[in-house]
Design a protein around this ligand. Structure first.
Ligand code: FUL
Length: 466
């Protein structure tokens, strides 16, 4: 390898004469000694990460009491969303680019949005649809009609259920409710277990039987991802929508991990944040919907930092997503589409200091998700250079790894050429599924991605500039 990073003439020529890109694995040398380099996501974790955007819908008695946490003593008769239309939620979500939708089937107050046989504290006791309604059913139908994926939030903490705190009795109750949700509503793609429990020091102490919950989910919905208090998706650690600059999907294996290598497992980050100050709808927050700039910043700091963005958009008392939220999502989608419409690097001539057969430099700019450039079976550094063919004003850089094969890049730099002079535009650490770097707009007629450190030979699925 040429450590100045400039590709040798011979290698450049070899790169220019690239063979067709080959799908699939192009690594796997004896050099992969680091156990972390052998950790792989499951098919479902890859699909979830590629979807990038999930919508959260917080809805329930709190929507009608103007609270964030109910007490569990709310009268079910207050629940009456007379215009409820799950198809509206789904179409707003779909138009804005969301592919997973997660509904709070039961929040901490214990009120169930489906007519659970195991409690009276549910839609059954409400005037909505004369007590014969089922929000989870309407939601699941709308989501599957739009060919999107459904997730369900079921709060372990339950302030209404009288067995709560009597550990084994409540665990049985919880498993019964979980069974209803996992058997009566079609495919569940994500089960969201909230870690919150606001019982004070003198409150009820419940020992959750996580093992039993996980086993039931694996049995009834083997494809479902278990999030937060679960082994498949990790809470990013804040509710601002921001991941870390360095965000590894490879973590110490959590309890219940599907597959692990020497104690490491794939446990990718999810950034949950609300479009409003609160998780539930409050009339007074109709004027406090996050600005376009704020939401765009969240996008760059979540999706653009190897995470999935789980954005909460709460239905209002009518049972509809509110106008200001819908309008903001539309603006946001428009802005993202405009930014990412034209990739200056797409289909442009690419070369590298070294590459593997089937993983040529052109594979990073060919627009095909299953191909990638890799510098070679024993190389953890490499330089990819793309000629723009003209000078363009670049403001956003995009890097992607082929995460179906793991996460490898530990350090990289991007340089731009203008007037024959190369200058550093950005540098970073992890890439993972997607890394987006916003830079001060710079004129460049060529760009260079330099991988300077990796756990194993990097596999760059995409290098883009906008
Ligand atoms: C927290 C809960 O306490 C909030 O009410 C909300 O559901 C949020 C997503 O998770 O832990």
């Amino acid at each position: 390898m040429n450590h100045t990073g400039s590709p040798s003439r011979r290698e450049l020529l070899a790169g220019a004469a690239a063979l067709g890109c080959v799908h699939g694995f192009a690594g796997g040398s004896a050099m992969q000694t680091d156990a972390r380099a052998r950790v792989r996501p499951t098919r479902e974790q890859v699909d979830w990460q590629e979807a990038e955007l999930s919508m959260f819908l917080h809805f329930g008695v709190n929507t009608f009491t103007d609270r964030e946490w109910g007490e569990g003593t709310e009268d079910p008769s207050i629940f009456n969303p007379t215009q409820l239309d799950a198809a509206q939620w789904v179409s707003v979500a779909k138009d804005a680019g969301f592919r997973y939708l997660i509904l709070t089937a039961k929040h901490h107050d214990g009120f169930c949005l489906w007519p659970s046989k195991f409690t009276d504290h549910s839609v059954k006791a409400s005037p909505w649809r004369n007590g014969r309604g089922d929000v989870v059913r309407e939601f699941s139908r709308a989501v599957s009609a739009a060919r999107l994926r459904m997730g369900l939030y079921l709060s372990p903490w339950d302030r209404h259920e009288r067995t709560y705190g009597d550990s084994s009795a409540y665990n049985r109750h919880f498993l019964s409710q979980l069974t209803e949700l996992l058997t009566e509503y079609g495919e569940v793609a994500e089960v969201w277990f909230d870690g919150a429990c606001g019982e004070g020091p003198n409150g009820k102490r419940q020992e959750y039987d996580w093992q039993a919950y996980y086993e039931l989910i694996r049995k009834l919905q083997p494809k479902a991802l278990i999030a937060i208090c679960g082994p498949d998706i990790r809470w990013v650690g804040n509710e601002d929508g921001y991941a870390r600059e360095t965000e590894w999907s490879i973590q110490k294996a959590p309890q219940g991990a599907r597959q692990s290598v020497d104690g490491w497992a794939w446990h990718p980050a999810e950034c949950d944040v609300s479009i409003r100050p609160g998780w539930f709808w409050h009339a007074a927050e109709d004027t406090k919907v996050k600005s376009l700039g704020h939401l765009t910043d969240i996008y760059y700091k979540s999706v653009g930092r190897n995470s999935v963005l789980l954005l909460n958009v709460p239905p209002n008392r009518d049972g509809l997503l509110a106008d200001p939220d819908v309008a903001r999502l539309r603006e946001w989608r428009k802005r993202l589409d405009a930014t990412f419409r034209n990739d200056f690097l797409a289909g442009r001539p690419a070369r590298s200091d070294s590459s593997m057969k089937g993983a040529e430099p052109s594979c990073a700019v060919d627009g095909r998700p299953k191909t990638h450039w890799s510098p070679g079976p024993d190389r953890t550094m490499g330089v990819l250079e793309v000629d723009l063919g003209r000078s363009a004003s670049v403001g956003v850089l995009m890097m992607q790894e082929q995460i179906a094969q793991g996460q490898r890049v530990e350090e990289y730099e991007v340089e731009g050429r203008s007037g024959g002079v190369w200058k550093l535009l950005s540098k970073g650490t992890t890439i993972g599924h997607k890394k987006l770097d916003r830079i001060e707009r710079t004129e460049a007629d060529a760009l260079r991605l330099r991988i300077t450190r990796a756990l194993a030979p990097p596999m760059i699925r995409r290098f883009g500039a906008f």
